[in-house]
Design a binder for this molecule. Sequence first.
Ligand SMILES: Cc1cc2nc3c(=O)[nH]c(=O)nc-3n(C[C@H](O)[C@H](O)[C@H](O)COP(=O)(O)O)c2cc1C
Length: 309
Amino acid sequence: MKLQEVLNIKYPFIQGGMAHIATGEFAAAVSNAGGLGLIGTGGLSAHDLREQIEICKSKTDKPFGVNILLINPEVEEIVEITREYKVPVVTTGAGNPGKYIEKWKEINTKIFPVVSSKALAIRMERLGVDGIIAEGQEAGGHIGELTSMVLIPQIANALSIPVIAAGGIATGKQILAAEVLGAVGIQMGTCLLATDECPVHENYKDKIISARSSQVTVMGKISGMPNRVLKNKMVNEYIEKEKAGATMEELELLTLGSLRKAVFDGDVVNGTVMAGQVVEEVNEKMSLDDLFNKLYSEYLLEKKKLCVQ
Ligand SMILES: Cc1cc2nc3c(=O)[nH]c(=O)nc-3n(C[C@H](O)[C@H](O)[C@H](O)COP(=O)(O)O)c2cc1C
């Protein structure tokens, strides 16, 4: 079954639940453009989530979802709010959502955990989730070990539920490649950052548009929380300190509130500018409508070319 039919959307595109970026308004804009918009709960209180769901529902009548960051201290309340609003779809990150699955199934919410290993994907399928988002380490933000090229076919071959590919996808060719690897759709983050509707500061968008893949790096490797970002003054200092054996407290001083600095204040020198390796493909600002249309047309064209050969 096509992802569009499973989720009742126009394109097989899911928007990643990006902390501080994936607001109710942005999620609604993505859903209105034909993808599945998600409200991100990273850094969100239960009270704020309720507000963001209300905003989202007031701006779209299309399906939308909530990305549940399982390490959010208010996760229990957040899960209850998704139940109260009968949110059509949840995706989950940073852990095992096992204990909440029955609660969502009771109200027919579709569940798509984001995973970076085959073992967790298999456990999730046994618990009855509706699909898996397999995220390779090319992705922006917090990442696992395996690349999309290796992870997606491993998971797709092991499971019989739909698999959605995430990490390193921002062109029609890459969407087709994900399909060849066994995915029925994609989740994207990086290529949405420069869209007109994305609520990040213009400095963040400009940085994304001008960045090369060689400017992307991973901070937090040694401390065990690898995070894919663009290099800047803060990141270079962080990595140097990490290598020199700095304590977690010293490192946290550098990153305290740093995503907000970049997203809201436009401080792309001292803030965390999360972005994936695919950033070099993002070269212009455009509307979500134009982006989705362009990506899907490119994908269809590439597929046609492949079939003709
Ligand atoms: C700026 C940014 C912030 C992100 N924050 C989160 C997050 O809070 N929770 C999450 O599950 N994934 C997060 N991600 C990952 C995305 O949801 C998505 O899976 C990923 O961006 C897909 O790979 P791509 O960056 O190559 O498109 C983030 C990604 C980016 C680029």
